[in-house]
Ligand binder design. Structure first.
Ligand code: ZN
Length: 500
């Protein structure tokens, strides 16, 4: 992944670093092991730049409503899951998207009550910006549902229908449905095994608000943390970090506090993305974001801000522009950058704000994007335009919204289709090399690791993945068949050690 150096036929590893080459400073003796790769390909380990790791790990065990073609099909899956709920426990689920249902209809508590009875039930929408509750769940809140920046969907009589959006959804979840740390640790232990089997050696986690830092520390103490973590912390906690003098990069080789996370707007699926046409939900205003960026910069913490709609992205860019002198030297980012007015695309590169995007969202959202955004002048999922303008583009899965699977993301970025249909907006497709840079190198730069990770150069960490074939040498159609053979972190095999 270093353009100025040729691909090599062999790689030497000493201790936790890549060695090889005359005059490199080896920190340990080379191990005597030799591995014949049998013609396979080695790349730097994959870095998922946007993952809600404990939430994704927990979601592996919940009712999944992705792909349900109708309300009835969703209800059948929910009914089948009720028998597995512990007495007194919650039925948790995720993945519904009423925009996909035919006949078109909106979810209600009444529909849910029929299949769940008295079991309190909370079902997150696929985009995590709406929550569908039954009556037993709503009763827990005692009517206390309203929160600024959120929506309580109500019927003609003013009664909650059972659907909460944005801040209302998150407030309810955080107050009443929050998983315990033990549940998160249990699920994440298994989640780490799944992730490393998919070639992941580093993540930028977004579950700081949920206490992910505590989960990682427990996993490390147990010896089950075989990933590097760049952790987000909610922007509201900036003063606490500042008081403790905790700056970006605090931590060790494996777990570091990285950046502040905040939200400008909602999403495409919930139609709460903040748009230049005046629709959508404002979670953070331009001035508030500028404040957050300044306070973060003062404390030594860059900001990652979620922005989906074209107005949300413009205002986020405005706020970064206005505060440019404050955050110089930090590496801020806009998460998703999903819909951009043409004149805003180049501003990412001009300002030095990275676009932390999800290649898989383009292929999953294409129908919704065509329906809601198809007529707009603003460009949806304009990954190639961003890259061509010189912006840093990092790829992530946004798991559990998409599966945590970097190879699937790379395929989506290059092919721009995941089914039989031709590529969607093919002019925005990445080359395989660009997709790999966005999955290995740019995420490492975002966490200040450009001299340690993301390439296989002498002195860099020996974090690597073995693939069954070379993505840069195979036909695009072959990309979907590439398999991860093994994964190494700091010179140690953590998934499927040889011989193979
Ligand atoms: Zn996310």
């Amino acid at each position: 992944m270093e353009p100025t150096l040729p691909v090599v036929r062999a790689l030497a590893i000493a201790g936790d670093r890549v060695a090889g080459g005359v005059g490199t400073h080896e920190t340990a003796l080379a191990s005597p092991d030799r591995v014949d790769l049998g013609g396979r390909c080695v790349l730097p380990g994959f870095n998922d730049s946007h993952v809600h790791f404990p939430t994704w790990a927990l979601a592996q065990r919940q009712v999944r409503l992705e792909g349900a073609a109708s309300l009835d099909e969703a209800l059948q899956r929910i009914a089948a899951a009720t028998s597995e709920v512990q007495p007194g426990g919650w039925l948790r689920g995720m993945g519904w998207r009423s925009g996909d249902w035919s006949p078109p209809t909106e979810p209600t508590k009444e529909a849910l009550d029929l299949v769940t009875g008295d079991t309190p039930t909370a079902l997150m929408a696929r985009d995590y910006h709406s929550l569908w509750l039954n009556s037993a769940a709503l009763a827990r809140a005692n009517g206390d549902l309203e929160v600024a920046g959120g929506v309580v969907v109500r019927d003609e009589r003013g009664e909650p229908t059972g659907v909460l959006r944005e801040e209302c959804a998150w407030h309810f979840r955080d107050t009443h449905v929050r998983p315990t740390e033990d549940e998160m640790v249990d699920a994440s232990r298994e989640g780490v095994r799944i992730a490393i089997a998919r070639g992941v050696t580093a993540v930028h986690d977004k579950d700081g608000w949920l206490g992910a830092l505590g989960v990682w520390q427990r996993l490390r103490e147990e010896g089950h943390l075989s990933l590097r973590v760049w952790q987000s912390i909610p922007a509201e906690q900036v003063d606490e970090l500042a008081d403790l003098r905790i700056r970006s990069g605090f931590g060790d080789d494996l777990v570091r506090i990285g950046y502040l996370k905040t939200f400008m707007d909602g999403t495409l699926g919930s139609q709460t993305a903040r748009m230049l046409d005046g629709t959508g939900v404002e979670i953070t205003s331009r001035d508030q974001l500028a404040q957050i960026i300044r306070r973060g910069a003062h404390a030594g913490l860059p900001v990652a801000v979620h922005a989906i709609g074209d107005l949300a992205n413009r205002e986020a860019l405005d706020a970064f522009e206005e505060t440019r002198d404050d955050w110089a030297g930090l590496r801020p980012r806009i998460e998703h950058a999903q819909l951009l007015a043409p004149e805003d695309v180049k501003r990412f590169a001009q300002l030095g704000v990275a676009a932390s995007v999800q290649f898989s969202h383009a292929t999953s959202d294409r129908d919704l994007a065509d329906r809601f955004w198809g007529e707009l002048e603003s460009e949806p999922y304009a990954f190639r335009s961003l890259l061509d303008s010189g912006a840093g583009v990092a790829n992530g899965s946004d798991a559990p919204i998409e599966e945590l699977d970097p190879l699937a993301g790379i395929c989506a970025g290059v092919l721009r289709t995941i089914d039989e249909r031709p590529a969607w907006r093919p002019e925005q497709a990445m080359t395989a090399e660009q997709a790999l840079v966005a999955t290995c190198r740019t995420p490492a730069w975002l966490s200040g690791d450009e001299h340690r990770r993301g390439k296989l150069l002498p002195g860099f960490y020996a974090d690597l993945v073995v693939l069954d074939r070379d993505p840069l040498a195979c036909e695009p159609e072959e990309l979907t068949r590439i398999e991860v053979i093994a994964t190494m972190l700091r010179g140690t095999w953590i998934h499927n050690p040889p011989p193979w």
